[in-house]
Design a protein around this ligand. Structure first.
Ligand SMILES: [Zn+2]
Length: 74
């Protein structure tokens, strides 16, 4: 089974559907079983949506930054 480290590293490509079928499946399976990675995945998806909607290009506004720290619990 694929490692969390590996999943997180490829999360962006996974969301953008840039990975091959085998890897995509592995990550999909992992996300079903692993709450930790699942949380990161949901967060990345939400973040991407927010960025798309708001057309924030390079600088993340304070709100987003706060949200990130909140969700990652740091
Ligand atoms: Zn994991």
């Amino acid at each position: 089974m694929i490692k969390c480290e590996e999943v997180l590293k490829r999360l962006n490509e996974y969301i953008d559907k840039e990975l091959d079928e085998t890897v995509t499946k592995e990550i999909m399976e992992h996300l079903k079983l692993c709450k930790y990675c699942c949380r990161h995945h949901d967060f990345e998806v939400q973040l991407k949506e927010l960025i798309k909607k708001s057309c924030f290009d390079k600088k993340a506004p304070e709100i987003l930054k706060n949200k990130i720290s909140e969700m990652l619990g740091e």
